[in-house]
Write a protein that binds this ligand. Structure first.
Ligand SMILES: [Fe+2]
Length: 422
């Protein structure tokens, strides 16, 4: 008899002890906090044919990380080959393979199919939403979760995770009131749920409630930061609140502390760091040698795999004044547009023109930078990320327009931002 969890989901290849470890790991993954890796390593050591343990290792290593993590993910995928598995697990294993191959759309679909059959498979919903995030698919960020809400009641284990996921989808589709309510309910149920807290932070960002945002993040920091592996991004949001309040000293303190103090070489962490330095640059804040140090961090980056990461790597090279390297990166992106996968399209549509815009901006060719960004801003979601992350494009456009002497455009863009606020 295969093992079952509290939702009736069955696990192939697991001893009871390994299954328990896996369930602790998946609970940690829902919160982006805790120690899932030691649990998973122990689980596969005990039960090498434990399908979902390999799957979760794949999910945790193949998105936004680095080359070493990708090798772990590839090994997890290889370990899945020929293992006996049920239909749900086969859907997950296929998704891991698609992610490894850069087929984000196919992974999103495979996980959609898993959740259609097993609407209480939180992992399928969570990783499916991550795929929606990578694709910039705001509608699915919301509806992938909205469609399963009827299968859930508050007494079920993992309900806070569903609320947190739904909160972020509601936020990215501008249902701010409902997003905030769902996010706060999730945080009340599980204060360590970094994703739910993050959804509320996004609402506060989009509604320009910055002082409240600082309090919301800092008052409970001891709780959500404990063993968090979403630390950099949630502190990044906190830094954005301070930036909006004009508190650049606090921004730099966070940058040098939790955002960059550990010098994370994970691509998503470095992208956030770059975006923060760039925002400071747009405000003419001197950041010293921070650009150079961050550029060193990107030195092992492989261009042509993720357009969103690539654009932030180019942003960093431009910020550091490493024009030759930025140009080489733009050439690599140009080559990447010749491919056929999801990332080739994202690079062609968004990543490449954005990278070119950063390079033009760095060279003082503000008119050209503004032209490139105007062309791309309405489709920029295609390279993934959140509204808050992509806002750096609009901020750059405003500044480029102003520096190019196009005051009509700059004023229009500023007025547009004001009109979008509540
Ligand atoms: Fe965010």
């Amino acid at each position: 008899m295969p093992l079952k969890d509290h939702h009736g989901l069955e696990y192939s290849g697991a001893s009871p002890a390994a299954a328990e470890r896996y369930l602790r790991a998946v609970a940690a993954f829902h919160c982006y906090a805790g120690q899932p890796f030691p649990e998973l390593k122990a689980a596969v050591a005990d039960s090498p044919r434990f399908v979902m343990a390999h799957v979760l290792i794949g999910y945790m290593t193949l998105v936004g990380g680095n080359a070493a993590l990708r090798r772990m993910g590839a090994a997890a995928h290889a370990a899945l080959r020929d293992l006996p598995m049920n239909g749900r697990e086969a859907g997950h294993a296929a998704a891991v393979g698609h992610i490894l191959a850069g087929e984000v759309r196919a992974a999103a679909r495979a996980l959609e199919d898993v959740a259609l059959a097993w609407p209480r498979d939180v992992l399928a919903l969570q990783v499916g939403q991550t795929m929606d995030f990578l694709l910039g698919d705001a509608r699915m960020l919301r509806d992938r979760i909205g469609r399963v809400r009827g299968a859930w009641t508050p007494d079920m284990p993992g309900y806070h995770a569903i609320l947190g996921l739904h909160a972020f989808g509601l936020e990215e589709t501008a249902h701010y009131g409902r997003a905030e309510a769902a996010g706060r309910e999730a945080v009340a149920l599980e204060p360590r749920n970094n994703w739910a807290r993050h959804a509320v932070a996004h609402v506060l960002e989009m509604q320009d409630r910055r002082a409240e945002g600082v309090r919301f993040m800092r008052d409970d920091a001891a709780v959500w930061t404990a063993d968090s592996f979403f630390l950099v991004h949630n502190w990044w949001h906190t830094a954005l609140f301070h930036l909006g309040l004009g508190e650049t000293d606090a921004v730099l303190e966070l940058y040098d502390g939790p955002i960059r103090g550990e010098a994370s070489d994970l691509a998503f962490d470095m992208a956030d760091a770059a975006a923060l330095l760039w925002r400071l640059r747009l405000r003419d804040v001197d950041v010293g040698d921070r650009w150079a140090t961050l550029a060193d961090g990107w030195s092992g980056h492989e261009f042509g795999r993720n357009a969103f990461e690539d654009a932030h790597a180019v942003m960093t090279l431009v910020g550091a004044g490493r024009d030759a390297e930025a140009e080489a990166a733009v050439a690599a992106l140009t080559a990447a547009t010749g491919g056929t996968g999801d990332n080739a399209a994202a690079t062609r549509d968004v990543g490449l023109p954005v990278a070119q815009a950063f390079l033009a901006y760095g060279r003082g060719r503000h008119r050209h930078a503004a032209d490139l960004l105007r062309d791309v801003r309405s489709i920029a979601h295609r390279f993934g990320g959140s509204h808050a992350q992509r806002d750096v494009l609009d901020l750059t456009l405003i500044d480029a327009a102003a520096r190019a002497g196009d005051t009509a455009l700059a004023h229009a863009l500023v007025a547009e931002r004001k009109a979008a606020l509540p």
